[in-house]
Design a protein around this ligand. Structure first.
Ligand SMILES: *Cc1c(COP(=O)(O)O)cnc(C)c1O
Length: 495
């Protein structure tokens, strides 16, 4: 037998550490520091403005040569850590952003070590993801036989849900010929409070934003089902083709939950696809006492939701579950000889690329699988109850303050204003904007903002398992103190 010689030039460089002992020390230090960061998060400001010199990286030279680790790690401490939005902080209540969990450090370490690409294939990562999706499918009441996939978040899941609705309602020919081959305009319905990822979705999917009808809401920000029925009838009369209704299980603005049972019934009568945006509220199903608030979600054809918000899985972790696996697959599956299922070998496993838009995909399932097993679904249900209870407590605190008023409150979201009697409306909005800026600058708490019926609102979303009642008392005191300070320091007329 001929023995091949290995030529010198066939070996080269690698990214592996040259000294594994030193690398281990570095890793242990980072792990230690990361654990301390989360443990002591309460001692940090929730936010601090990024200094100008850190905001303008354009003129910096791209590093072509290696830099000393100490320098890089030092800049993590001085340039990065102080100026993040510390959403692990107990008083981080902006937008709807989960607080994460310390255990995520361990889960993510393994995800990084494996560096799995979960496009599919016969690898344990594929089956862990299938397991995780099946658990949630069951918990949401969609049941066995549904399909599902982990995605970056509800925005992506919303786009995918509407894409499947398009296939299911307009026929698979739409995938080949596009919407331009159809004689009539296809239309979809959501409430005027729906998340803007749905408007993005209809634009991207070729429906055009005009085709997404924003149905008015009632005084509690829930879609008016009478207006929905009227809109469907009017569209049909005008020769349009209604295909889908999107229900909110918790709006981003106020946490409002549409009447999902009624929406489901309308969809069945009218033969429309029923998609639910459950980014905020779908997981209320994990709590025996809160599940009734999203009753009807289990009747959806597709549900978009997030585990990185109120379930605190480290970013990112979203999910789409679909009751119709065949339509789901038909929407995203395109045969390719380089990405195919084989009878044997590593390619004999599931193919997630057939169920979504991403090809390369991170191992999102691992952190979810480990977190659910470590804490149990019941605890996540209790934490949701805690957030909802705390939001109700915040409403109570606000109601007791003569200078504050609640504008809207549902689930874990509370929108309110500093509204002293001597001020009227445009002035109140201007004052509250200034108040919020000062609150942010103080680093004490980060609520976000929204506008409700033209009024600027301070908006608190308690997607946070570290929040305590005392944190909410502190918030209310700070808001009142800052509001009065602004009033004193400026003529009321300037607002
Ligand atoms: C946050 C949110 C989204 C978007 O979810 P991402 O996970 O950020 O992509 C969609 N809908 C609602 C109601 C939301 O609150």
């Amino acid at each position: 037998m001929r023995v091949l010689e290995t030529p010198k030039h066939s070996d080269g460089e690698t990214l592996d550490p040259s000294d594994w002992t030193e690398f281990r020390q570095r890793a242990e230090q980072a792990l230690d520091d990361a654990i301390r960061y989360v443990r002591d998060i309460r001692e940090r400001p929730v936010w601090r403005a990024n200094p100008e010199h850190l905001k303008a990286p354009a003129e910096a030279e791209p590093p072509d040569q290696p830099e000393p680790w100490e320098k890089i790690y030092g800049e993590l401490q001085t340039k990065v850590l102080p100026y993040t939005y510390a959403n692990a902080h107990p008083r981080a209540w902006g937008w709807v952003i989960g607080a994460g969990m310390a255990q995520g450090i361990v889960y993510e370490t393994w995800a990084a070590a494996l560096n799995a690409n979960v496009f599919g294939a016969d690898q344990s990562a594929s089956y862990i993801e299938e397991q995780v999706v099946a658990w949630f499918s069951k918990k949401l009441g969609i049941g066995p036989g549904a399909s599902g996939i982990l995605v970056s978040g509800a925005s992506m899941a919303n786009i995918m849900g509407l894409a499947i609705a398009r296939t299911a309602m307009l026929g698979e020919s739409v995938l080949r010929d596009g919407l331009q081959a159809l004689p009539n305009r296809a239309v979809l319905y959501c409430s005027s409070e729906a998340h803007n990822s749905l408007a993005k979705a209809v634009a991207l999917l070729g429906f055009g934003r005009e085709s997404l009808r924003a149905i008015p809401v009632d005084a509690n920000y829930r879609m008016s089902t009478a207006a929905l029925r009227a809109a469907i009838a009017s569209d049909r009369q005008n020769g349009h083709v209604p295909i889908c209704v999107v229900g909110n299980a918790g709006t981003v603005n106020t946490g409002a939950v549409d009447d999902l049972q009624e929406l489901g019934a309308i969809c069945r009568q009218e033969r429309l696809w029923f998609h639910v945006d459950g980014a905020v509220g779908a997981l209320l199903k994990l709590s025996p006492t809160l599940a009734a608030k999203v009753a009807g979600l289990e009747g959806a054809d597709s549900v978009a939701f997030d585990m990185h918000k109120c379930m605190h899985i480290t970013y990112d972790a979203g999910c789409l579950i679909c009751r119709h696996p065949r339509q789901h697959r038909a929407t995203f599956s395109i045969a390719a000889p380089y990405l195919d299922t084989h009878a044997s070998g590593i390619a004999s496993g599931p193919l997630f690329v057939d169920y979504g838009l991403e090809t390369s995909r991170p191992f999102r399932g691992l952190k979810i699988w480990m977190a659910v097993r470590e804490h149990g679904f019941a605890k996540f249900g209790r934490l949701l109850e805690q957030s909802v209870r705390q939001a109700a407590f915040l409403v109570e605190l606000i109601t007791k303050e003569p200078d504050l008023r609640v504008l809207a409150a549902n689930l874990m979201i509370v929108c309110f204003q500093f509204a002293p009697v001597e001020l009227a409306d445009p002035a109140i909005s201007a004052l509250n904007r200034e108040l919020l800026y000062r609150l942010h600058a103080s680093g004490v708490a980060v609520p976000s903002y929204t506008e409700l019926q033209g009024r600027f609102a301070i908006r608190v979303a308690i997607a946070n398992h570290r929040t305590t009642g005392a944190d909410l008392v502190l918030l209310v005191n700070e808001v009142v103190r800052t509001g009065r300070e602004i009033l004193r320091s400026s003529t009321v007329a300037s607002f």
